[in-house]
Ligand binder design. Structure first.
Ligand SMILES: [Zn+2]
Length: 245
């Protein structure tokens, strides 16, 4: 059943370089503004050059701001699974939440239910690979934290949206790697992170970029510990997810 929404009209969009049928990704954001109206006002203002296809308020109200065949401007400089400019091939969904700057708080169930309904609707219209349901932080780890560690990815995965580690995760035992670590082991983990989808150099040097990517992975898949260090726990989850493809 199509979702119910209020139609708004953001000027912040342009033509996609791909055909509508080739849309294959969903990017989830939080607005990071003090309230709903401020966030929507910003996305409707052409001076700000930002938008998303959809915005969902905390009470579950859904707003459509940009037609899906058009390219909304939500991701910015971004990379996922070998492709840059994620705006080109994705649908962007903003969730109203003050974010880390203004008082980050849990996403209410009314909002999550509306998101699930919307994602199911989108997935009926486009071939969205579960690997391509991502957070803004996954595709721009050096700049973004949204939707953040309070976002319930497991709830979405239970509805067939995106990935989660539901089954038993085979534990591995490795030293804890972090800034300053280098060598073949580091290179192997960088290759795995890149295989998963993240954009990073695979040079065997655990620098800022690797830390940021590991933190982004943790923010999505290991929310209890977000420190940018690759330890047995984080490594086990990454291995598990890679083995499920
Ligand atoms: Zn965002």
């Amino acid at each position: 059943m199509p979702v119910k929404f209020d139609l708004l009209d953001s000027p912040n969009n342009d033509a996609r370089p791909i055909k509508k049928k080739d849309i294959d990704s969903i990017v989830i954001h939080y607005t990071g503004m003090k309230n709903r109206d401020a966030a929507i006002k910003r996305m409707l203002d052409k001076r700000h050059k930002v938008s998303a296809h959809w915005c969902i308020a905390e009470d579950g109200k859904i707003f459509k701001l940009v037609n899906e065949e058009m390219r909304a401007w939500h991701a910015g400089i971004s990379w996922w699974r070998g492709r840059g400019n994620v705006n080109d091939f994705s649908i962007g969904i903003e969730l109203v939440n003050p974010g880390h700057r203004w008082g980050y708080r849990p996403f209410p169930s009314t909002q999550m239910n509306a998101l699930i309904e919307l994602c199911i609707d989108i997935q009926e219209r486009y071939p969205i690979d579960p690997r391509n349901v991502v957070g803004h932080s996954d595709i721009a780890p050096n700049r973004k934290k949204d939707p953040g560690e309070l976002f319930n990815w497991m709830l979405l995965a239970d509805e067939g949206i995106g990935l989660w580690t539901k089954k038993f995760v085979q534990p591995i035992s490795i030293p804890t790697f972090g800034p300053g670590s280098q060598g073949e082991d580091i290179k192997d983990w960088q290759v795995k992170l890149a295989l998963f989808g993240y954009g990073l150099y695979q040079d065997g040097i655990y620098g800022d970029q690797t830390s940021e990517v590991v933190a982004a992975f943790q923010r999505h898949f290991r929310q209890a510990r977000i420190d940018g260090f690759l330890d047995s726990g984080t490594g086990s989850i990454l291995n598990h997810l890679l083995s499920s493809f």
